[in-house]
Ligand binder design. Sequence first.
Ligand code: ATP
Ligand code: MG
Length: 678
Amino acid sequence: MADHGFSFSQLNDPQRDAVKTLGGPLLILAGAGTGKTRTVTARIANMVREGIAPEKVLAVTFTNKAASEMRERIEGMVAGGKGADMTVCTFHSLCVRVLRQSIDRLGYKPKFAIYTASEQTGLVRRLINKYAGKDENLEPGLAISLISQAKNKGIPVSDDADSLVSEVYRAYEEEKRLLNAVDFDDLLVLAEKVLREHKDVREYWSERFSHVTVDEFQDTNKLQMDVLQQIVAHPYNICVVGDDDQSIYGWRGAEIANILNFERFFPNPKVVKLEENYRSTTPILHTANSSIKHNANRREKKLWSRMLGDDKIRLIAMPGDFEEAEFIADEIFEIAAVQKRPYEDFAVLFRTNAQSRSVEQSMRERKIPYRVIGGQSFFDRREVKDVLAYLSVMVHAEDDINLLRIINSPARGISKTTIDLAISDSREARCTVWEMMQESMFTDQLGSRARNAVETFIALVKQYSEEFQAVGVKYADVAERFLEEIGFEDFLERQCKNTEEFDKRREGIHSLIEDLRRHQKEPKKRKHGLRGFLDDMALNGDRDDDDITKQKGVCLITLHAAKGLEFPDVYLVGLEQGILPHKRSLVEGTLDEERRLFYVGVTRAMKRLTMSFCSTRKKWNELHACEPSVFLAETDKKYIEEVTLEQVHGVPLGDSDSEDEFANMLAMLEGIEGVDDD
Ligand code: ATP
Ligand code: MG
């Protein structure tokens, strides 16, 4: 087939209608699993078939994971490698592109640094310490989320302009400005600003992209909508796809209003509704529908499926989280072996990161391969951050945070006193530490050894900055040589408790260099050099992992990260009050959003869904009693089979008689064991 995977016969009527509508605003509104993503990817393939230049096609998603999935799907559907010429990216990386080209219009220097979440935390923590009064306290995480909300909504951070958080906010903005650095939210704020204020910039981008598509549109916030409005010009060839029932980023300012009032932003849109679900069986859909209908303010939808399915949904009462994890690992192990199924068929979905630990433990003991998505990221590992900090300094030494991170590690004779002096002098002179270190008014204060150390360091950074930024350079090779020159591995080894730890950390560095090498091999990426690599890292690292498809094994994933994905066999765990709904939501009155998370979880399952709750949970080595989630009580039980752990151990995995007998025998044996134990 010339068009690879794309043909109209694989679409139903409304899907085909959407795929053929290429001009003007289009809103595709649909429930989970109705083929929204399939439809927009086919629609993009159709653009190319209709002769629209691939370079003019832009598809925006909310997460990196979604972007890479979509890119893959499109490339599979478009003939002749044309898929590679399209732009498929997140809002944040779109904004980086805009700013790399035009941030100087806003008075910044063109080479700006993007602060990752951890760099942001470091800076905010320092400012809180600086400004907090004796009995004042402010959690950096809370400050950051307040600042982020304020920026995204364009409102002051607090009603009181003299409050600690207001002061920290001001200082935070000033400091970033001084260092020519931006955070994630700034990317959107500044891109919107430069587009709005500069007609030529705006026209460049709306000309560059004649056809724009946004998946998971329900998660866009006001700022993202503003960016879209700047980029999409008359005749508004914009297609957005979304499901108001899956809007789960309210805490990041996502506005369901964007979807509910789409026509206010782009006039006279064509609206296509998709209602046939191709992913899940009737029991799964019925259960999902019966829960989500308890939400107010939603666009009513009738989701249905042709797949009746034989399996009911199991709801298992577990004695504790340990038993929950053990049960799941045992069952997956057995099903995978007996039914010869790949581990990638299975997913365990949870509300909070902490819940993955016990499941991981049980998987590990059985040597079941697994991947954790949405948990602690690779990029949070210390050695990886160190190397990234070095590389950042090489392209932008004015970046104080990264410079200070590496200035004396490995140790090179620049003492804490010298560093503190450089910091305070630079603040006084309103310049960066890097600039200050090169001033004689600073070095004149130092003893000869300290001065030597500083000068050697400056020479090192200058030498390698040049090498890294030379035209056509193989930056992965330079990075390797650089790490060797500074003795990074020895430094790493000295920090590790044993060889095992050292191996693991060294492995982390090697895979980072591999990433760099891959980047260097791709012509499209290579042209942005090391700077481009670091941008990608900053955008990927603190958000979610984008290589879910590359990793193998059972998927352990948070509900937030699971959106848009599907698995034949799903375990939805920890359905307890305080977990789902999360305890914060009970205070903040965001129960509807938690219900949507529950809905997202249920609708990830294709064939088989197992839900569970625990009556106790271990925390800090103490047992706590738990209550089943309110969402279970309000959900219709027509297709739900409620069982205890003891009962489920006696239930066969399949329907065949022989398995039945086997299970009965097992149950009998267990009964006998139980007597023995007493
Ligand atoms: P979500 O709301 O979770 O993002 P979605 O609406 O984007 O879901 P897709 O992921 O595009 O849905 O599709 C769900 C499943 O249904 C996929 O496996 C897809 O291949 C399949 N599917 C979609 N449309 C059709 C169709 N017309 N015929 C057969 N299968 C389809
Ligand atoms: Mg989708």
